[in-house]
Ligand binder design. Structure first.
Ligand SMILES: [Zn+2]
Length: 428
């Protein structure tokens, strides 16, 4: 590790690069922050609520999950789906937004194999597909024989938005947050399909709902509020017009009302277990895992090359990354002790992601500019606190360049006419 050279000289002084792993001890990463007394969620997580004993809402949800009458919930689900089928006629029974991730593969299994639904699969492509993710998406379409529509914003647009996203919302992924929220709704309105079926319950991943109080009311602007933060008109810049951003608008309230758009999360009706579902889709449908930066798990956001940059940005502004989230889930499930969790957090959250190289390339930013921008997003609880950054110990398993670009490069290299030596070019 001693040969590691910090790639970002001149970074803000409160980001410190640590290279001596031996002296590191794993405990709460930032002693000044309040953490949930059961898991590892810090007070800087957006929307987190601790009860009077200091237990976070996700931990309370995990406890509720065990006591819920899932058989009754399943009957509710069946009734909802049967009603949608009866209403659909020859149209599709529902829309299923899919990425090719393990959740969407499991959703396709539940809807088509268990409930006999005829869904229209809809994908907003962030245009950052990993090779594994592209395989998983295509494989799921073949496995389940579903009709599919994909919207893909152009490369130049993605690159320009990615640049402004960092300053605008403090992470690299506005176009994905906004597109994932908008495109399935646009499809619902255009194809006149009222029901949208998502996967994991909101209770599982954030403090915005619990299993006892699920978000049942449909909110067309949910993704704007939760992840995109800014509306398309608020993302307009010199090199980003309102016309460029048109595809990221959600349909109007009137349009949604006309079609009667509503959505459900399967995780509010059937017991959700990431680990077992991953094993299931892997063993039964050939779904593939891959290395995911910033995480010790190999399945979340496997479809994208950028989760490492997204989560690293979160770490720089809020002091926690994907490993905190995952290990908190595992602590709740009894798979990890809290001490083991702190170690995994220590080993993963603060590691500089290799995907940052691609992000800097497409945005033209320097690493200093990246860190300076993130400094501006830092939560007040972490002001003047040293946020340690560690080098990544070995190259990523997969090349972190979008799959289409890798494919084009590969095919062109195979079929390229050999270049004449420079000297010959000067001839008549
Ligand atoms: Zn907790």
């Amino acid at each position: 590790m001693s040969s590691f050279k910090p790639p970002f000289q001149g970074r803000p002084s409160t980001f410190t690069v640590y290279t001596d792993e031996k002296n590191a001890h794993a405990d709460k990463p930032f002693p000044k922050l309040q953490y949930c007394v059961r898991c590892c969620v810090p007070q800087t997580q957006e929307g987190v609520v601790f009860d009077e004993l200091g237990v976070c809402q996700a931990c309370q949800s995990a406890e509720q999950k065990i006591h819920i009458d899932w058989a009754e919930r399943e009957r509710d689900l069946r009734a909802t789906l049967e009603a949608a089928k009866a209403q659909a006629g020859n149209n599709y029974d529902c829309i299923i937004p899919i990425s090719g991730g393990k959740d969407s593969t499991f959703q396709l299994h539940v809807l088509t194999k268990i409930y006999g639904m005829k869904p229209l699969a809809v994908t907003f492509s962030h245009n950052w597909y990993s090779e594994t993710g592209w395989y998983n998406l295509q494989n799921s379409l073949e496995q389940f024989n579903v009709d599919h529509i994909m919207f893909t914003p152009n490369r130049s647009l993605v690159n320009r938005i990615a640049k402004h996203s960092l300053a605008g919302i403090g992470d690299s992924c506005w176009h994905c947050h906004a597109g994932v929220g908008a495109f399935p709704l646009q499809a619902a309105v255009r194809f006149n399909i009222p029901l949208l079926v998502w996967g994991e319950s909101i209770a599982e991943s954030s403090g915005r709902a619990s299993y006892k109080n699920p978000v049942r009311k449909f909110d067309r602007e949910y993704f704007t509020k939760v992840s995109a933060k800014l509306r398309p008109d608020q993302m307009v810049r010199d090199d980003l017009s309102e016309r460029d951003l048109y595809p990221f608008n959600v349909p109007s309230a009137e349009e949604c009302e006309r079609v009667g758009v509503y959505g459900i999360h399967l995780g509010d009706y059937i017991f959700w277990d990431d680990e077992r579902q991953t094993e299931f889709v892997r063993d039964v449908y050939g779904w593939r895992e891959t290395q995911i930066e910033g995480s010790y798990k190999r399945y979340k956001s496997a479809e994208c090359i950028m989760p490492g940059v997204h989560d690293y940005a979160n770490y720089l502004k809020r002091g926690y990354g994907r490993a905190t989230f995952h290990s908190s889930v595992d602590v709740r499930a009894g798979l990890l002790s809290r001490d083991e969790a702190w170690q995994l957090i220590r080993d993963n959250d603060g590691v500089r992601p290799e995907g940052l190289d691609y992000y800097l390339k497409i945005t033209g930013m320097t690493e200093e500019e990246f860190h300076a921008t993130m400094e501006g997003h830092r939560r007040p609880e972490l002001k003047n606190v040293v946020i340690p950054i560690y080098p990544k110990s070995s190259p990523n398993e997969e090349k972190l360049v979008p799959h289409p670009q890798q494919l084009i490069e590969k095919v062109q290299a195979e079929t390229a006419v050999p270049q004449a030596p420079a000297d010959d070019k000067a001839g008549p």
